[in-house]
Structures are given as structure tokens and as C-alpha cells.
Design a protein around this ligand. Structure first.
Ligand code: GSH
Length: 187
């Protein structure tokens, strides 16, 4: 199967983690979604996955598909799923702000972008308040929070300096071979 995406995307990173842990046959097709004329996905976002006739357009069904195809489960617990979704909300807001700023919008004066900034801070605080996993035993909710926190540091989009649990989660994830192997390339 083919995973389309970039090495800097946190959503793609999580898919790569699941694929590397799956033992399945797959390859990464590098794609710059911002410059590609006809990227082959209606979302105009990465990741997307092709496996024969099957096409998946979002990291969540991709990870569920990969986990289940390799006899693993995908977030059975509803509270873990909520945490996973919170990390998605954090990423969506932070990436949206990143792209708006890059396109020339002043995100400090616009009412909606200020709300997005507030959302980032509130979700970070909420994510910091949950129990940490033990080393070597990261769930998909842990991975999602970890790739989100790591992306924020990589792009300098938010600080986790006052969030001790998130810092510790990144330390735990830093001992996980696939998390380390999928780190975004140095700029
Ligand atoms: N819900 C999607 C989000 C994917 C997403 O936002 N990808 C970003 C890269 S990290 C993207 O392609 N953004 C391009 C754009 O918004 O124009 C998923 O989980 O796959």
C-alpha cells in the first residue's frame, strides 16, 4: 500500500508509526500538498492512503485500517478516543494558524484566529492533566498527543514549558524506536 504525505506532518507521522509497527508491505510517497497541482485527494491535505482499490483520505481511518489489518485494535476506550480527538483539535487549530500566518494574515488581531489561539492553550492544559503511559507501551491516543506536542515544538507554534506531563510524555516517546525513527527532518 502507498501512504502519500510529507515527513513534517504530524498526521502522516502517526500513520508511519502504525505502518512501521504493522509488518505490512507499504511505501511512503512524498508529496508537497501546497505545490502539487493535482494531488489525488479531494481534501487537498495529507496523509492519504491507497491500497489497491481502497482509498482513505484521513489519518484516523488510515490508522484504524492499518491496526485492524495487522490484528491490532484502534482505541477501544471512549475516554482515550476523546483524548485522541482533543489532540486532533489542537493540531487542526495550530496548523490552521501556522498556514494563515504563512499566507500573510495577522493572527493576533483577527477575532477568529485569536479564538483559535485560545483553543490551543485550553486544549494543551486539558491534555496535560491526564495519566501518563509507561515507557514502551504507548497507545494510539498517546501517540497522537505526542506527535502533536512534538510538532508544536518542531514548528515553534506553542510552548509546553508549563505542562510537565506533556514534557514527560515526549521523554517517554523519545525512548520509543518508531517515534524516534519518524521524527521530522532537521530544517
Ligand atoms: N484530519 C486530517 C488532517 C490532515 C491535515 O491537516 N494535514 C495537513 C498537513 S499536517 C495538510 O495537509 N494541510 C494542508 C492544508 O490545510 O492546506 C487527518 O487526520 O489526516
Amino acid at each position: 500500500m502507498k501512504l502519500f504525505g510529507s515527513y513534517t506532518s504530524p498526521f502522516v507521522r502517526h500513520c508511519r508509526i502504525a505502518l512501521m509497527q504493522s509488518g505490512l508491505d507499504w511505501e511512503m510517497v512524498e508529496l508537497d500538498i501546497h505545490t502539487s497541482e493535482n494531488p489525488g485527494t479531494p481534501t487537498l491535505r495529507v496523509p492519504f492512503l491507497e491500497d489497491g482499490e481502497r482509498k482513505l483520505t484521513d489519518s484516523t481511518p488510515i490508522i484504524k485500517y492499518v491496526r485492524e489489518k495487522s490484528d491490532q485494535s484502534f482505541i477501544p476506550d471512549v475516554q482515550d478516543l476523546d483524548r485522541y480527538c482533543l489532540a486532533n483539535t489542537l493540531l487542526d487549530a495550530a496548523i490552521n494558524l501556522f498556514l494563515l500566518e504563512r499566507s500573510g494574515i495577522d493572527i493576533d488581531t483577527n477575532k477568529y484566529t485569536r479564538r483559535q489561539q485560545q483553543r490551543v492553550e485550553l486544549v494543551l492544559k486539558e491534555l496535560d492533566s491526564v495519566t501518563l503511559p509507561t515507557s514502551g507501551d504507548l497507545s494510539d491516543a498517546d501517540y497522537r498527543v505526542a506527535v502533536a506536542a512534538a510538532w508544536g515544538q518542531f514548528r515553534n507554534r506553542f510552548s509546553i514549558a508549563s505542562h510537565a506531563n506533556l514534557q514527560q510524555l515526549l521523554e517517554i516517546a523519545g525512548k520509543d524506536p518508531v517515534f524516534v525513527a519518524t521524527a521530522p527532518p532537521a530544517a
